[in-house]
Write a protein that binds this ligand. Structure first.
Ligand code: ADP
Ligand code: MG
Length: 666
């Protein structure tokens, strides 16, 4: 079904939706609210605690106050007369930093629906950077809150969504077991709830359905694989030993054990289906290289798939340096290759001239034919969707499979995300470099920059990570573009650069190369630097709005530095810390074991941080250990029911398949 099948969606609107990454009714309907604001309860300013979420309906009572705090920092404060107040009459104060746009637009007497986080100053409570929606005459009692989509006006999005909800019928794969109105009713209620309770129940069903789908698809893919290998590898332990001896370092104990164990699996009669769980910088790449070398000894091809082009290129470089001395030929296949080089690569892959093929999901595109593919390794896999995994399986029927996680994942969750894979763990970082984590209050930011400059002068490098690409009116988060502009004059002589996901692959690669070569000393970036990047001279990691990230994500970021000989620092910058956030970050600063951090986050915040955008279902409902249990039960029920499992299996051979059931026009 296409967007154009939906009544009322014309070319102009569809163009706007496409620009924001929405290409189908499924895409549209699966943009779920990240939260809900409740306007049914009376607002009481006195009862508010730091970090609470508060919502009120209010009328602007005085012209917005603009206050210039310091260069680059302006505060806008707006006072409202609350209309849904607990007696006596109340005022509510909201503040925004650097949002002059808000001041320009809020008129005295205008009525707004406002929701946001509470920040206390002494006794007085304010809402800090809340979402404020002008009353347009159709007041909701519960307002769904959607993440803004770049270039897509919220009104166009909500209108398109409303029409899609009217036009589309959703048939879930688990409806029979869920009961009630099934997935269709839940999707509707998640978007248009009548109460917070209804929203919570609906989001839970959507999330549950999504998880169960993921579990079922793993199980089905696994069962469709041939259990016993059709060939055997030549066993040449001497050659593998030569390879290991040629490495520029000595393997850690757990690396040696992992290689021994996994080669053992390759030699066994069953095909490999393994998960290599490694802590950040524990040295997974070389384990992969050893296995691919082992496969090449028998004339077999291996594939190494990474989630981003930057990572694929980095792996490719590493593998060339490790493997070429042993006459193993590696090729790189990514989406940004020009036509002629791409043809050459495809030829070498097809004829078997290439032994090892590194790439992004371009590897699973049509037209890529392998010669004798026997080993498929995917790095940081939770970023790949079900459909992509299925497509890769189809290209490599009967191949051995190794999945490497970017960051440690709690055991129960790994079971759900990866199915029942045989797990190997790499625990510690091989290097001795220490990374100390420090909190930097706003007034110490200057000192920190001074220190970074000294480092740059000494040839040491720094990452500065910001949560946004550019400034916008929705949030006060530090943006990479703004911060880069701010520090560029000071750092220009040492090389400063900007890196974010909206640059082209080519631009990103050029910047990363300059950073890896040391020409750039300070890299201001978004979390595109999060996974896998390995630069030995990078010693400092600066993280703005650290409270925004899960501990595993922070651990990933911190793991980017201290990879070489030099000790490093991880600087956390965060205003507006709630007590809970402070406790979490304190734990992070004190603990360096990625497995411990992931368990901590999973037990307290749920699984959101470990799931790719798609897999998390993006609903406001957290994936908790308890919900996982329910999802597994639901999946088992469906798998045990032949018609249900047949329908799910059929959906997997369709590249467009994702969760959210089967969509038809009403
Ligand atoms: P990750 O597990 O995070 O993918 P990498 O494979 O990128 O880690 O390895 C991190 C860094 O450690 C790389 O620079 C790699 O060359 C180096 N390395 C890997 N194993 C060892 C080792 N046994 N001794 C010293 N350095 C190692
Ligand atoms: Mg890696």
């Amino acid at each position: 079904m296409e967007l154009s099948d939906i009544k009322g969606l014309g070319t102009a609107r569809i163009k706007k939706l496409n620009a924001a990454g929405i290409f189908s009714p499924r895409d549209l309907l699966s943009r779920f609210p990240y939260s809900y604001a409740d306007f049914t309860r009376p607002f009481d300013a006195k009862g508010l605690k730091d970090g609470d979420t508060a919502s009120f309906i209010g009328v602007v009572s005085a012209p917005p106050l603009k206050k210039f705090l310091r260069k680059g920092l302006t505060l806008v404060r707006v006072t409202f007369d609350v209309q849904n107040a607990a007696a006596p009459p109340q005022k509510a104060v909201c503040s925004w930093f650097n949002r002059r746009y808000i001041a320009a637009n809020m008129r005295v007497g205008a009525r707004y629906y406002v929701t946001g986080k509470v920040k206390k100053f002494g006794g007085a409570a304010e809402l800090s950077a809340p979402t404020a929606v002008l009353d347009d005459g159709s007041p909701p009692s519960v307002m769904p809150l959607y993440r803004p989509l770049k270039g897509l006006p919220p009104s166009v999005f909500t209108e398109a969504l409303r029409r899609a909800l009217e036009a589309v019928r959703i048939e879930g794969y688990f409806d029979k077991f869920i009961g009630g109105g099934g997935l269709g009713a839940a999707v509707r209620a998640a978007h248009l709830p009548r109460s917070l309770d209804e929203a919570a129940v609906a989001s839970e069903i959507v999330t549950l359905d999504n998880l169960a789908f993921s579990i079922c698809s793993f199980d089905i893919l696994k069962n469709s694989r041939r259990k016993n290998r059709a060939f055997s590898y030549k066993h040449e332990p001497r050659k593998l030993q030569e390879f290991i001896a040629s490495l520029p370092f000595t393997l850690t104990e757990s690396q040696s054990a992992a290689i021994d164990g996994l080669v053992g699996v390759l030699r066994s009669p069953e095909t490999m289906n393994s998960l290599l769980q490694g802590d950040v910088a524990s040295g997974k790449t070389v384990v992969a290289a050893a296995l691919m070398y082992y496969a090449s000894l028998s004339g077999k091809q291996s594939v190494f798939m990474a989630p981003t082009e930057i990572l694929a290129r980095q792996h490719y470089k590493t593998l060339i340096s490790l493997l070429e001395p042993f006459n193993v030929r590696a090729e790189l296949l990514t989406g940004s290759l020009a036509e002629q080089p791409r043809k050459n690569v495809l030829f070498n892959v097809k004829t078997g001239a290439a032994d090892v093929i590194v790439g992004t999901h371009a590897l699973i595109a049509d037209g890529v034919e392998f010669n004798d593919l026997s080993l498929v390794i995917t790095d940081e896999q939770q970023r790949f969707g079900v459909a992509q995994r299925g497509a890769l399986e189809n290209k490599a029927v009967g191949a051995d499979r190794l999945v490497m996680t970017a960051t440690p994942i709690p055991r129960t969750l790994a079971l759900t995300l990866y199915g029942d894979l045989k797990e190997t763990r790499l625990q510690k970082r091989p290097q001795g470099a220490r990374v100390t984590t420090k909190f930097v209050p706003a007034q110490k930011e200057r000192d920190m920059l001074g220190y970074l400059k000294k480092c740059a002068a000494a040839g040491l490098q720094t990452f500065i990570v910001c949560p946004r690409v550019d400034a916008d009116d929705e949030t006060d988060l530090v943006s990479a573009e703004e911060y880069y502009a701010k520090i560029k004059p000071e750092f220009d002589e040492y090389g400063a650069a900007l890196l974010h996901g909206r640059m082209s692959e080519r631009q990103k690669a050029a910047v990363m190369d300059a950073f890896a070569d040391g020409a750039v000393k300070v890299l201001v970036a978004t979390t595109v630097v999060e996974v896998g990047i390995d630069v030995p001279d990078a010693v400092n990691m600066v993280i703005f709005n650290a409270e925004r990230y899960g501990l595993s994500q922070l651990h990933q970021l911190r793991g980017r530095v201290g990879r070489g000989q030099n000790d490093g620092f991880c600087f956390l910058l965060s205003d507006n810390l709630t007590d809970a956030a402070k406790e979490r970050l304190d734990y992070f600063a004190a603990v360096s074991d990625g497995f411990a951090l992931s368990e901590y986050d999973f037990s307290r915040r749920g699984a959101g941080d470990f799931l790719g955008e798609r897999q998390s279902g993006k609903t406001a409902f957290p994936v908790t250990p308890d919900l996982l249990k329910k999802a597994r039960a639901l999946a088992s029920a469906a798998l045990a029911d032949p018609p249900s499992s047949a329908r799910i299996a059929k959906s997997l051979s369709d590249l467009d398949a994702e969760y959210l059931g089967k969509l038809t026009l009403n």
